[in-house]
Design a protein around this ligand. Structure first.
Ligand SMILES: [Zn+2]
Ligand SMILES: [Zn+2]
Length: 286
């Protein structure tokens, strides 16, 4: 039996809205059989929000995580990244890329809310519904088209290495109360977006946070993952952990979903090289 291991490149700490210090994440990652681990706090944004790193903490974040990278050399591979918001004209993956080993690009905001501020579509459903009704007249199709258009715009104009939680906006669609994923217009948005991601050569993450926080399926859904496989877009498994105990949460189950879809390898950053590694529900193996 070949020894198996996990990787997770999407993790938060007390530098943003995660719990505990980066080193506590590293210790937990080692205990959970992680061989390569990426720090990816929410990068600073040039407007007020409750969960991103404050701009004045960025330098300390980079210094502390780079020091950990040295300290744990030969023990666990550590990579320094950020999850960067794409907000046109304000910030995107390229903003900090020069200082990092990798970037995760995520769309957490769609244009403006009722107060003219960036409209957060990643938070409480109450705020999402208020924006949907007051700014968009309840037109969910218009909002989703705009959400996926922003992801395409990011990938085309300011591509990250990794595209974050592709269909996370579905957190507001419990029991398909707002839209049906199988509808033609929605699948057309997905097809178009995957086409753009494939052309740009980005890695798509399969993110388990909805599984362990909200009892949802993977981001993105298995129906989307079938299209991802058909387009040969590389995928990686990420937890989007906000606490040490979440670093490999629901990975076995998500790996099973990926196997069932037909994936046989995952994209990882190991020994400083991006490579495809086979996996099963116990982990990756070389
Ligand atoms: Zn995110
Ligand atoms: Zn995240």
């Amino acid at each position: 039996m070949k020894p198996s291991f996990w990787t997770n490149y999407h993790s938060h700490s007390h530098y943003c809205d995660g719990r505990e210090a980066p080193e506590a994440q590293v210790r937990a990652a080692r205990q959970q059989g992680v061989r390569a681990f990426g720090f990816s706090s929410h990068g600073p944004v040039p407007f007020a929000n409750a969960w991103s790193m404050k701009p004045e903490r960025l330098e300390g974040y980079l210094a502390e995580t780079r020091a950990l990278q040295q300290k744990y050399q030969g023990d666990i591979e550590l990579y320094v990244g950020l999850e960067v918001d794409y907000v046109p004209g304000l910030c995107g993956p390229g903003t900090y890329a020069h200082a990092l080993d990798f970037t995760i690009g995520s769309v957490h905001y769609v244009d403006q809310n009722w107060e003219g501020q960036p409209w957060e579509i990643d938070g409480a459903t109450e705020g999402f519904m208020k924006g949907l009704v007051e700014v968009h007249g309840g037109d969910i199709q218009k909002v989703l088209r705009r959400y996926y258009a922003l992801i395409r715009e990011m990938v085309e104009q300011d591509p990250p290495l990794i595209v974050g939680h592709l269909d996370k906006i579905k957190i507001h669609n419990l029991n398909e109360s707002l839209y049906r994923e199988q509808d033609d217009w929605y699948q057309a948005e997905i097809d178009h977006t995957l086409e753009v991601i494939a052309a740009a050569g980005c890695v798509l993450e399969v993110n388990t946070r909805g599984m362990y926080k909200r009892n949802l399926d993977t981001y993105p859904s298995a129906t989307i993952l079938k299209k991802v496989l058909a387009r040969n877009i590389p995928v990686m498994l990420n937890a989007d952990s906000h606490a040490p105990e979440e670093i490999t949460a629901r990975f076995a189950e998500a790996a099973g979903v990926l196997q069932a879809v037909g994936f046989r390898t995952l994209r990882v950053l190991l020994d400083g090289t991006w490579q495809e590694v086979p996996f099963d529900q116990k982990g990756l193996f070389l």
